[in-house]
Ligand binder design. Structure first.
Ligand SMILES: *Cc1c(COP(=O)(O)O)cnc(C)c1O
Length: 352
């Protein structure tokens, strides 16, 4: 059934194996991040034999779905106090930056007779989550008073809100703070987690600071590109996930609408390029499932003209293929479209 997203599990596994291999050679353990595909069980079940150290997701519901998979599970988004019980039940580690939340985790952990492992996040400048480095000493003192939790490491996240690129400077500071704290408070530090796919380029360049022993990798494994500069990595596939959508109308029509132009379906005043009479195809997928800007047709002679909630309009005039109603058009997806398509219940997921 269309639309569908086809996951080439072998390509995806090859990508992961390559990354794990590169990282392991440099003493870096890999957590594969499953949030962009909602930890879809038919995908996740294939990943445990790829040499990974753990599976990480931002949503506790996704980690719960993996409860029968025997691998370390890490909650990436700093927890809500409201979900503390689920966090200690379904994750082995969680990333944290708030003392009240850590207290709530400790409470729940004690209640079920567990000790919950926390990774303390430091904000190295990207201004999303993390304890400010000046405050870390006081913060650790408070965490050490909490029963039921153990500090198992430090981490940071970059290139998410602020667009800050990981480098020897910010990641070097992370390692030195982590090591100072570990020495000062005799912490049993298992991880110094140096970021997401945007830190991977440092490892390829041999510039990842000593001491960083973990990366949390999502996008680079799926889309085959690092995310600090957006560079394709030669040895990785960039077509592990492919979207297929069916043509429901194909007609020759003008490229500029007829009549007075008001607003489009999303309240924007549109602009149209005059391409004369063109052959236009409508595929049955829309903004509810993808961002049209985030799709790349595999047929390089197709242009995407726009989309409303349920329709995406293509200019197929230049294509060598004589498309007909019922034909299927294939696309690569960027991160945002992948996220939407995997989350959309209208898009079938097919693992091959
Ligand atoms: C999403 C996320 C990641 C993975 O990011 P990618 O760019 O997909 O590798 C890593 N860490 C945290 C905290 C995240 O939220």
């Amino acid at each position: 059934m269309y639309p569908q997203i086809v996951i080439d599990i072998n390509k995806y596994k090859q990508n992961i194996k390559y990354l794990v291999d590169r990282c392991t050679n440099r003493g870096v353990k890999v957590w594969i991040v499953t949030k962009s595909f909602c930890a879809y069980p038919d995908i996740v079940s294939h990943l445990v034999d790829c040499g990974i150290d753990g599976l990480a997701d931002s949503r506790i519901q996704n980690l719960k779905k993996m409860k029968d998979i025997r691998v370390k599970k890490i909650l990436l988004r700093i927890p809500m106090i409201d979900e503390a019980e689920d966090v200690v039940l379904w994750s082995d580690y969680s990333l944290n930056s708030e003392i009240d939340t850590i207290r709530a985790l400790g409470e729940k952990a004690k209640k079920i007779g567990k000790r919950h492992r926390v990774i303390i996040m430091l904000d190295m400048g990207d201004l999303r989550e993390g304890v400010w480095p000046d405050d870390i000493d006081d913060f650790i003192k408070e965490v050490l008073k909490v029963d039921g939790v153990e500090i198992k490491g430090f981490g940071t996240n970059l290139t998410c809100y602020g667009g800050v690129i990981p480098d020897e400077n910010n990641l070097g500071r992370l390692t030195s703070i982590a090591q100072d704290m570990a020495n000062k408070y005799s912490l049993d530090i298992e991880y110094i987690s140096g970021g997401n796919s945007s830190s991977y380029y440092l490892l390829e360049d041999g510039r990842l600071p000593n001491g960083i022993n973990n990366l949390r990798l999502g996008e680079v494994a799926i889309l085959g590109r690092e995310t600090a500069f957006g560079k394709k990595i030669d040895s990785l596939s960039d077509d592990t996930f492919i979207l297929k959508a069916e043509i429901v109308e194909i007609k020759k029509k003008p490229s500029v609408p007829i009549g007075n132009i008001g607003m489009d379906a999303f309240g924007n005043k549109p602009h149209y390029e005059d391409r004369g009479i063109i052959k236009r195809a409508i595929v049955a997928i829309g903004r509810q499932d993808i961002n049209p800007e985030g799709l790349t047709p595999l047929d390089k002679n197709i242009d995407i003209l726009g989309a409303s909630s349920d329709h995406t309009i293509l200019d197929v005039t230049r294509s060598n293929i004589n498309y007909k109603v019922g034909d299927v058009v294939e696309f690569k997806l960027d991160y945002g479209s992948l996220l939407k398509a995997m989350t959309s219940e209208y898009v079938n997921k097919v693992v091959i």
